[in-house]
Design a protein around this ligand. Structure first.
Ligand code: SAJ
Length: 439
């Protein structure tokens, strides 16, 4: 009879992935308990509100909480399926083997939390981006905490529970759509575990769900983000080479991409966010001798930020009376996420050097981040920037910047790190040639 009823679900960690995941599972009709260590997060969700920004998430959470399908708590209770979506950052202070060593302590803590309530028939799924071997580590921890349970991979009998790894792969800003429509890789500790997890994901995923083993699924997630990092590094290196050669990188890429088998990504001020700039290090940490390309790509993307700072500084110094507008602080377009953002880092460095000459334009920020306090720097909107500023440093490709017509910016001196204004006549490249500056 059990298979006819919908499983009860506990989602551990109600952050950028956990909360949307909990809401989507609840929308599919499962009763979901969201578990979080923060009382204020729990209270917010139980009021039907949200503590993060994501397209359409507010309405969805409000609806599923009102229907009694989603609630939150700091205390674990028994459930049929446990989904762990907690952070896996770097170790602080370079502990445990180097600067970029992954810290899986939150995952293991989640395992300790749920172990006491696990029962025969339950499924435990890890979704956090994790170094290869973490799901087995979680399995071993559960085995130790619950010697009464038969654990997959450690018993020749039919196990009591199933354990699997299934990485999220959703894009911030499109999370709800991608949670439902993206394909999923589901890696079981055993094939039986994978099948159990597959049956669960089928309840709310429309994309194809492909089963594999846990270690392959862990690596797949890391590889996806490393692939993107390496490809962005190629584009960023081209932009630096083009600067050195006095070429327009956007023109070069546009033409090269007309080749049927070439698809160069877009240069920018560096790579931000919590995933692409972090996950490749998990591979490097696991195989330091075998990963020169992945490591170098990280270095190229980090170096791009410093290249942009140096070039912007040269431009601003060459025009001592000019007022400067830095466009964008977010780590990418059209979102309000300023964590690990190259634009934010670059702007704060320019502010440190030039003080109130810099004006910050960020429509997605209600106020400037903490490092701008007491700098005398003003946050202005794009209209005011166009009226009052002379130099524009474009750091984020927000739509609201892209649509500024040429007539309103033709006289401005523009350093466009995102290539949003390809028709700009006074671009920094021409200016460098005019001033004979190495900008
Ligand atoms: N960027 C460029 N040039 C590009 C593409 C991106 O400079 O051509 C920059 C962005 O501006 C940003 C950074 O890279 O600073 C990352 O942005 P993104 O949109 O590429 O990716 P994220 O970090 O928002 O989400 C990624 C996604 N991974 C892949 O596309 C392989 C997402 O699917 C993952 O779920 C997510 O990481 C994650 O959680 O791991």
């Amino acid at each position: 009879m059990k298979s006819e009823t919908k499983p009860s679900v506990c989602v551990v960690g109600l952050g950028y992935i956990g909360l949307p995941t909990a809401a989507v599972i609840a929308r599919a009709g499962c009763k979901v308990l969201g578990l979080d260590v923060s009382q204020s997060v729990v209270d917010t969700i139980n009021r039907g509100e949200i503590h993060i920004e994501e397209v359409d998430l507010d309405g969805l959470v409000q609806g599923v909480v009102a229907r009694g399908l989603l609630s939150a708590s700091t205390e674990v209770t028994p459930a049929d399926v446990f989904v762990i979506a907690v952070p896996t950052p770097f170790h602080k202070d370079g502990a445990d083997g180097g600067k970029h060593a992954p810290d899986v302590s939150y995952v293991l803590e989640a395992g300790r939390t749920i172990a006491p309530v696990l029962k025969h028939g339950d499924t435990v799924i890890l979704e956090s981006t994790s170094p290869v071997g973490t799901t087995e580590e979680l399995r071993d921890l559960i085995a130790k905490a619950r010697p009464d349970l038969k654990i997959p991979g450690l018993t020749h009998e039919t196990p009591d529970i199933s354990i699997a790894y299934c990485p999220e792969r959703v894009l911030p800003g499109r999370i709800l759509e991608e949670l439902t429509n993206n394909d999923r890789s589901i890696g079981g500790i055993t094939p039986r575990c994978a099948r159990k997890a597959l049956a669960f994901y089928k309840r709310f995923v429309r994309g194809e769900c492909v089963t594999t083993d846990a270690r392959s699924a862990e690596m797949t997630k890391l590889v996806e983000n490393a692939y993107r990092d390496v490809n962005i590094a190629f584009a960023n290196e081209l932009s630096i080479v083009s600067d050195a050669m006095g070429l327009d990188v956007w023109e070069v890429i546009r033409l090269a991409n007309r080749h049927p088998r070439v698809n160069i990504l877009t240069p920018g001020p560096g790579v931000g966010g919590h995933c692409i700039a972090v996950d490749p290090w998990f591979i490097v940490h696991g195989a330091p001798e075998e990963t020169p390309l992945i490591r170098t790509a990280r270095g190229v993307n980090d170096h791009k930020m410093h290249h942009v700072i140096a070039k912007a500084e040269g431009l601003i110094e060459a025009h001592p009376d000019a007022k400067v507008a830095c466009l964008g602080l977010a780590f990418k377009a059209n979102i309000d996420d300023f964590r690990e953002s190259p634009a934010r880092f670059i702007t704060s460095r320019l502010v440190r050097k030039f003080g109130p000459r810099i004006h910050v334009v960020e429509p997605y920020a209600e106020e400037l981040p903490i490092e701008f306090t007491d700098t005398g720097v003003a946050q202005i909107d794009i209209d005011e920037a166009l009226e009052t500023c002379d130099i524009f440093v474009v750091l984020v490709d927000h739509d609201v910047f892209k649509v500024v017509p040429l007539a309103e910016r033709a006289e401005k001196l523009v350093y466009d790190t995102r290539g949003i204004w390809p028709d700009q006549p006074r671009a920094v490249r021409e200016e460098a040639a005019r001033l004979k500056l190495a900008l």
